[in-house]
Design a protein. Structure first.
Length: 242
């Protein structure tokens, strides 16, 4: 299976991390080969990736906003949960993990992955089924940040059980009556933050598996923020506490 990564930053990050197999690079004819494009071409030469200069319409047909560049690659390289825990151990840090429960919107998933990478998350866990995976649209939405992340696609209830066995505190983000102000929640040590889906929030089994439920207090007229915004704020607050 192969897929096309488009956009200058996503292509650059994919090549710089070098976790995927890359088959060919397409550039729009007449594109200015300076700046990040020049850096991409340097990567391509070093990795012996064929470069094709094609009509811009051919790249535009791939969808999104490709910015005159596309990279054909192998699919996203998922990892298992142990790899995430080992990454934290290698850094000598208490694990900091993001769990995403059945998000459907690639833009929301991409935004949360970008926030996770920015705020020092060691890894992300998503469901193996019934949720958005790391597609080219998600890579684009994350501006390539997902290429730097360790992401496991697995059964969430089992993963949460394993995290608890490793003495990792699991905090669900929700606005239910049992939720406590996130300012009063312990965020300093080994932590997994759970963000639910856009429409339904966390599934009941996942919610019951959490050690505590936290909410973001709001004073405005709207009832709640969307998953990507609330999750990103919670990640920021946790990173500051850590």
């Amino acid at each position: 299976m192969r897929e096309w990564i488009t956009g200058r930053n996503p292509v650059f990050e994919t090549l710089s991390v070098h976790r995927r197999q890359c088959f060919r690079l397409m550039l729009a004819t007449g594109i200015d080969e300076k700046g990040v494009i020049a850096e991409i071409l340097t990567f391509a030469r070093g990795m012996k990736i064929p470069v094709e200069r094609v009509n811009r319409q051919k790249i535009d047909s791939l969808g999104g906003n490709p910015q005159g560049i596309a990279l054909e690659t192998s699919p996203y390289p998922y990892v298992d949960l142990r790899a995430i825990l080992k990454a934290a151990e290698k850094k000598g840090e208490p694990p900091f993990i993001l769990i995403l429960d059945t998000l459907q919107d690639p833009q929301n998933l991409g935004t949360l992955l970008r926030s996770a990478e920015a705020f020092g998350v060691h890894g992300v866990i998503i469901p193996a089924h019934s949720a958005a995976g790391v597609t080219p649209a998600v890579v684009h939405a994350s501006s390539g940040a997902c290429e730097h992340l360790l992401i496991a696609a697995t059964n969430l209830a089992q993963a949460i059980s394993e995290l608890k066995q490793a003495n990792i505190w699991v905090i669900g983000l929700d606005a239910g009556l049992d939720a406590v102000d996130i300012a009063d929640v312990w965020l300093d040590g080994s932590l997994a933050l759970v963000v639910g889906s856009e429409a339904e929030g966390m599934r009941p089994l996942v919610r019951r598996s959490c050690d505590t439920i936290a909410r973001l207090p709001m004073t405005g007229h709207i009832e709640s923020l969307n998953a990507a915004v609330s999750g990103s704020i919670a990640l920021y607050l946790a990173s500051r506490k850590r």
